[in-house]
Design a protein. Structure first.
Length: 331
């Protein structure tokens, strides 16, 4: 897909794709197709683990019919006969059982708390999750007919005239999401919640490596696994001389071009390096300075300036440090 200009984006806009690290999934998977201009998607497949019920349980209400869409929104209503569980910072609506909805609400509440600790801009600090019971309902919700078997969640929502997202929601793929480990499901919701927070509070978009790397940075912050463990598939490539030679481009995230899990891990480790070297506050300023309401090429140009103005370095110098860090981790 060529450069995307926010002023020409449709109501459904791309947000993110997820690749889970080793230990969070049963087998290596990639993410869904960002080339579709209508939605953003996240993909993860993992060992089956039954969700645990939150304790204490969030308040429960039941809807007899679908939730009405917002005025002017092209989003479909929630599946007919949905039940709604309301958590401290989440609204989870779906046709899966009450215990599962409750568990999702607990995880979503935890995700909002984690993201709020990291992302300091003003945002609603609440997420809406749709949990359909089967693939047919999932496809109806996201309006997609392509292969979504590896997609764990899709986040979409309209963009307002100010360039910020309004009314984002996270739609769970019941087949893929159920195969995630408990840690993997928490990661997905935290990753997606990061996108909701950023998009609702910051107009425009940053380069994809920064968008995805930052969401992974927040998502993995709650993991007790080491970076070498989480990034094993990327580091194996580095050891075999097939590692990256530059920061990822948008095309590197296209699953049609091959395996993209190492790309996500590389983006995450790049963002992690910024955070460890300069601090979380500087990382946020770098993200903000790299975000523009124009094309992806303009975002790259803004990022080049941000390397100098915010980090006091250059893209070339940072890339050299990042590649050296990958070599060190690959050991």
């Amino acid at each position: 897909m060529g450069p995307v200009t926010l002023t020409h984006l449709p109501k459904r806009v791309p947000i993110a794709r997820i690749v889970l690290a080793v230990g969070l999934v049963a087998s290596p998977v990639t993410a869904c197709d960002r080339a579709k201009p209508t939605v953003a998607s996240s993909a993860s497949v993992s060992a089956p683990t039954a969700p645990e019920v939150a304790t204490p349980a969030p308040a429960l209400t039941t809807t007899a019919s679908a939730v009405p869409p917002q005025a002017g929104s092209s989003r479909p209503t929630a599946p007919a006969g949905s039940t709604t569980v309301t958590g401290r910072a989440s609204t989870v609506t779906g046709t899966v059982d009450r215990a599962t909805l409750t568990a999702y609400a607990q995880m979503a509440d935890s995700a909002v708390a984690e993201v709020s600790e990291r992302w300091k801009r003003t945002w609603p600090r609440r997420v809406v999750i749709i949990a359909p019971r089967d693939a047919a309902q999932f496809r109806e919700q996201v309006g997609r007919a392509d292969d979504l078997g590896q997609v764990a969640a899709i986040t979409d929502g309209p963009i307002g005239p100010h360039g910020r997202a309004t009314g984002d929601r996270i739609v769970l793929n019941p087949d893929a999401f159920a195969r995630l480990t408990a840690e993997g499901r928490q990661f997905v919701l935290t990753h997606e919640t990061t996108h909701v927070a950023v998009r609702s509070s910051l107009a425009g978009a940053a380069p994809l490596w920064l968008v995805e790397g930052y969401a992974d940075h927040v998502g993995y912050s709650g993991s007790d696994r080491s970076r070498t463990d989480l990034a094993a598939s990327l580091l194996e490539r580095v050891r075999s001389g097939k590692g990256p030679t530059r920061l990822p481009t948008q095309g590197d995230f296209d699953p049609a071009q091959g395996e993209i899990a190492p790309t996500y891990l590389g983006a995450w480790l790049a963002v992690d390096l910024i955070a460890s070297r300069y601090g979380e506050g500087t990382l946020r300023r770098f993200y903000e300075a790299s975000t523009v309401t124009d094309s992806s090429a303009a975002a790259d140009t803004a990022t080049d300036r941000a390397f100098v103005d915010v980090l006091g370095t250059t893209r070339a110098a940072f890339t050299k440090s990042w590649l050296a860090e990958l070599d060190r981790l690959a050991g």
